[in-house]
Design a protein around this ligand. Structure first.
Ligand SMILES: Cc1cc2nc3c(=O)[nH]c(=O)nc-3n(C[C@H](O)[C@H](O)[C@H](O)COP(=O)(O)OP(=O)(O)OC[C@H]3O[C@@H](n4cnc5c(N)ncnc54)[C@H](O)[C@@H]3O)c2cc1C
Length: 503
């Protein structure tokens, strides 16, 4: 069945109109390396502190460059000789124009917390790191519209709007390092998507330096603007392949007056969906997150000190856990609703949960970190029907077992956690080391499973360098053909984040 689908996809490709079939592959064009002439130019437009290069007159040490060339999970490594840290949009524009004229590849980099190898070069592209573009440009406490440089760290923006009783519409475990420009470029999801929707809705405007150095100023603060094509949407989730985002205008919601979290221990995964239905029905407008962690993920989080461990009595043999968050306008009202829910759940004839406790986000947020402390992680963030979450985790484990790879020297753990409310499963395979035999066992196996469920190979982390070959499992050849044409329109020389998103 799966083979038949793949064969159909190939036939579709051959029958495409020539205009789509022959869309040029910008990212495969030949690019040049940085040389002395380039460093001399960069030195004219940037102060010495904004240039980190092994080619400059005061060469950077290898380990200084290494941190920019290595990704967060330690799986992808670039070989850039030069990192540039501009402070203004004008500086970004001058760098990009020069690189385009000289056909030098650019890897835009935010907080470098991406999990798909998008933020480090595939070869020796110049890294343009946005960390120095870190100013809030304006905030309107009436409308809640924030305009900020792309390099602002998410946590700093959260802290900035807090005294005005607003919150950022996005929140994720990497908030202390990731930047708003990186969030926009990956269309990051995170923990608040259920309540506030995706960045495609909350981002109102962008300022982008296009691959020829032109500054596209669409930094509007309008809630409504129906003047033709909404070009900014193309950059949300483009992973730096269409330009460098330098400014972001975003709608920040009012901070909820009251917020509570409970962690629920479930005897079996089968109860997650009925529980979700019940919780949605009983909490309705105050439900703001519904996250699940399987037992293996919980054990790893606790082992690596993320959040408070429950006692054995509290766990009571639970197979998985659900974290429910409420956010609302009146504490007494919300607490009453939450307590009512817990009471109903615990006193039901056939209880869906073993126990429920007031909790903090640390446990759920800490799973990603715990996984990386445990070993090398193969991370798949997939969108699949909720009813298949458990089967997919279990069948992946069994698949690895059947290949003889489930033991201490190879795969140590297979676990699942994620945003139930968004249909997003994080399937993680933790190994002793990144090994070709594990990679071969996992791919295309997982992508074929996703395709058979009509899911997405990336719910929120993006494609990066990791999944360029996997796009056809989620997108039709017509879509991929159009993506290549769009890439060619913006970036005919293929300088912008080559080797990412499109092969
Ligand atoms: C502990 C942890 C928890 C996480 N939780 C979540 C989660 O819940 N949800 C989620 O979606 N992700 C999550 N992530 C992944 C990651 O944090 C997000 O993808 C985040 O949005 C990346 O932001 P960044 O600034 O670090 O971007 P980077 O990692 O630096 O870059 C990511 C991509 O965006 C491009 N890029 C960065 N800045 C710009 C720019 N200014 N202009 C153009 N392109 C740019 C890069 O080239 C790259 O392709 C998590 C990561 C960690 C480590």
């Amino acid at each position: 069945m799966l083979r038949a689908r793949v064969a159909t996809a190939c036939r579709v490709h051959r029958s495409l109109p020539p205009s789509l079939r022959h869309a040029r592959h910008a990212s495969s064009l030949k690019l040049n390396s940085v040389g002395a002439e380039d460093i001399a130019y960069f030195s004219k437009i940037l102060p010495p502190t904004s240039i980190i290069s092994s080619l400059s007159s005061t060469p950077a040490a290898a380990d200084e460059l290494d941190q920019f060339n290595s990704d967060w999970i330690g799986r992808f490594k670039g070989h850039s000789t030069t990192v540039l840290k501009p402070k203004t949009t004008q500086e970004v524009s001058q760098i990009v124009k020069w690189c385009n004229d000289r056909k030098i590849g650019i890897c835009p980099q935010g907080g470098n917390t991406g999990l798909v190898g998008g933020s480090v070069p595939v070869k020796d592209e110049v890294i343009v790191n946005l960390a120095n573009m870190n100013k809030v440009r304006s905030f309107d406490p009436i409308s809640g519209i924030l305009v900020a440089d792309a390099g602002c760290i998410l946590q700093n923006l959260t802290d900035y709007v807090a005294p005005h009783h607003h919150i950022m519409p996005i929140d994720l475990g990497a908030k202390g390092s990731c930047q708003i420009g990186g969030n926009v470029s990956t269309n990051a999801g995170g923990l608040r998507l259920l309540r506030y929707g995706s960045l495609h809705g909350t981002v109102l405007g962008l300022e982008v330096v296009l691959p020829d150095g032109t500054v596209l100023d669409q930094l509007t603060t309008l809630r409504k603007d129906n003047t033709g094509y909404d070009i900014k949407q193309l950059f949300i989730g483009a992973e730096g392949t269409l330009g460098i985002v330098t400014g972001v205008s975003i709608l920040t919601p009012p901070a909820p007056q009251a917020s509570s979290n409970v962690i629920l221990a479930l005897p079996t995964f089968k109860n997650v969906l009925p529980l979700y239905q019940t919780v949605k029905r009983e909490l309705s407008e105050i439900l703001s997150a519904f996250e699940f962690i399987d037992r293996t993920a919980y054990d790893l989080a606790v082992k690596h000190g993320q959040g408070r461990a429950l006692t054995e009595e509290e766990i009571d043999g639970a197979e998985c856990f659900v974290l429910v968050e409420t956010s609302g306008g009146r504490r007494e009202h919300d607490e009453e609703k939450l307590n009512g829910l817990l009471e109903n759940l615990l006193t039901a004839d056939e209880p869906l949960i073993n126990t429920g406790f007031v909790s903090l986000w640390a446990l759920r947020e800490g799973v990603t970190e715990a996984v990386s402390k445990e070993g090398k992680a193969y991370k798949y963030d997939i969108s699949i029907p909720l009813s298949t979450f458990e089967d997919v985790v279990n069948s992946t484990r069994e698949h690895l077992r059947s290949k003889g790879l489930l033991h201490e020297k190879a795969v140590k753990a297979v676990l699942g956690y994620g945003h139930v409310g968004d249909g997003n499963l994080h399937l993680n395979i933790v190994a002793d080391a990144f090994l070709p035999e594990i990679q071969d066992a996992l791919e295309p196996y997982i992508y074929e499973v996703v395709q058979s469920l009509r899911g997405s190979v990336s719910a929120e982390h993006g494609i990066g360098a990791m999944k360029t070959h996997a796009l056809p499992y989620s997108k039709s050849q017509v879509s991929i053909g159009l993506m290549k044409k769009i890439k060619d329109v913006f970036d005919p020389n293929g300088i912008m984040n080559p080797g990412k998103v499109l092969e």
